[in-house]
Design a protein around this ligand. Structure first.
Ligand code: ATP
Length: 234
């Protein structure tokens, strides 16, 4: 569904991604694992159109989208749940959800998607008129996911969705991602919680200093000594 080939990304002179190639098959959960600063967010932001690559191709259903502005990428069906949630704190929960359905692709199905999101996250339904900034961390993460789903995405890239959440909420958020995937959503998951993300993932890549150093199925990487030492503390 999505294919990234030989991607190079620079911030000024500093290279953040170096010859990165990855493949996201339809229906998969693909995990991207790596230390802080390895380039995970840069990869997501480049696919999402927020950062322009210096070299390489990004194809979605066979069409090259490298360098396309993010609103167009989003309107093709690639959604993003950014690190740190990035909701609009002064808007209500309801208004935040509406903001997710602004692009042409999502307008016609707005009511259906809203029902689906509120069924999935009943806490949001109870707080529709509340300012989003007053929600708990877990509720804000659910709102960020819900707003993204309002855009009718085919593929969603989740950047550290469990960051700052309590262990119980981490389980809730990851269970939501698993359920969305079972309903047909293709997912890219960047997660500090490496063990859990590899268990969920059908395929995974390890990024180190901007390069892909390992790839395989989630189970293969879970069993790999280098992964166990570097990311699982074994
Ligand atoms: P983290 O888990 O800390 O978010 P990451 O794996 O997502 O890390 P990136 O945020 O993609 O890594 O960063 C990759 C490299 O690019 C790092 O060296 C970082 O300092 C640098 N970098 C990221 N964003 C910028 C920017 N806007 N300007 C300059 N350098 C940047």
């Amino acid at each position: 569904m999505l294919k990234v080939d030989e991607l190079d990304v620079f911030y000024g002179d500093a290279q953040a991604l170096d010859d990165v190639s990855i493949e996201i098959p339809k229906g998969a959960i693909v995990a991207i694992v790596g230390a802080n600063g390895a380039g995970k967010t840069s990869l997501i932001r480049t696919i999402g159109g927020m950062v322009k690559p210096a070299r390489g191709r990004i194809s979605f259903h066979g069409n090259d989208i490298a360098g396309m502005p993010s609103y167009k990428v989003c309107d093709l069906g690639i959604g993003q749940v950014a690190e740190g949630r990035q909701i609009f704190p002064n808007l209500s929960v309801s208004e935040n959800l509406d903001m997710g359905a602004m692009l042409p692709r999502a307008r016609a199905t707005r009511a259906k998607n809203r029902d689906r999101v509120l069924e999935m996250f009943p806490r949001l339904n109870e707080r529709l008129q509340q300012a989003a900034g007053t929600l708990s961390g877990g509720e804000q993460q659910m709102l960020a996911i819900g707003r993204c789903l309002m855009g009718e995405p085919e593929l969603v890239m989740f950047d550290e969705p469990s960051l700052g959440l309590s262990p119980a909420l981490v389980q809730d958020v990851l269970a939501s991602i698993r359920d969305l995937n079972r309903d047909g959503l293709t997912c890219v998951l960047v997660e500090q919680n490496v063990a859990v993300s590899l268990k969920l993932a059908s395929r995974a890549y390890v990024l180190e200093n901007g390069r892909v150093t390992l790839s395989g199925t989630g189970d293969e990487l879970l069993a790999d000594d280098r992964v166990r030492q570097a990311y699982l503390g074994m």
